[in-house]
Write a protein that binds this ligand. Sequence first.
Ligand code: GLU
Length: 262
Amino acid sequence: MVKKIISVLMLVMLVCCGCGKKSADEVLANDLENIIKRDQLIVGIKTDTYPFGYVDDKGHYAGYDVTLGRLIARGILGSDKKVKFVPVTSSDRMMKLYSNEVDMLIATMSLTQKRQEILDFSNPYHMAGQAILVKKGSKIKTLKDLTGKTAIIVFGSTSEKSLRTAVPSLKVIGYKTYPEALKALKADRADAIVSDDTILLGMQLKDDSVVLLPKRYTKEPYAVAFRKGPESRDLIRAVNNVIEIETRNGQLKKIKSTFGIK
Ligand code: GLU
């Protein structure tokens, strides 16, 4: 009997200390260390959401999110040049993060409770809110006016879900990118686009045939997104540190105003 108890105890010890043991890679996984070793930060940014992430007249990535990426590279690696940008869309950004194509997403991404189940986030660096964009002369003034109408959303965005809940009778059509969404609105395929005020304002600034309505329906705190897990812990701390310093010294505010963001 004693022998049996001893062998069961040994088995338990083996399971606890042996099979359950993580591989060396898992123990060492630390995204911040990997970035420092590589001496380059790889950031997923948007190219379809002026003025957060877009391609400027000279063909360079630009915008508030892109500039924040450069500041983070400078904070971590000592130079704002040590960053590579990879274009992402609302619908493929999480896939690009989890396939290790990028170290983080700075991509007009709202921190939500649902997303926190599968992602880790930095502290927020901007507060947006969902709003409605219509064609000039449209009779639509509020979300209620969309009852029985058709609205456009971009796949993978927060408005995809919130809109279906807010106006159940609404017909929702989706596009992969924001320029496609705008083109569809202008071609009268729907009555409105519902998305973040900041992105819709960017459309209005570039195209005076559309109007951003004044009401905001949600709070969308933009934050940097990371793979969920202990490997991101040090990296998140480093990014939060940069956000805090650049907020305190007024740099983020200055960058926002450069891009016309309130
Ligand atoms: N901020 C919203 C989101 O994270 C909409 C903008 C976007 O599509 O990225 O889904």
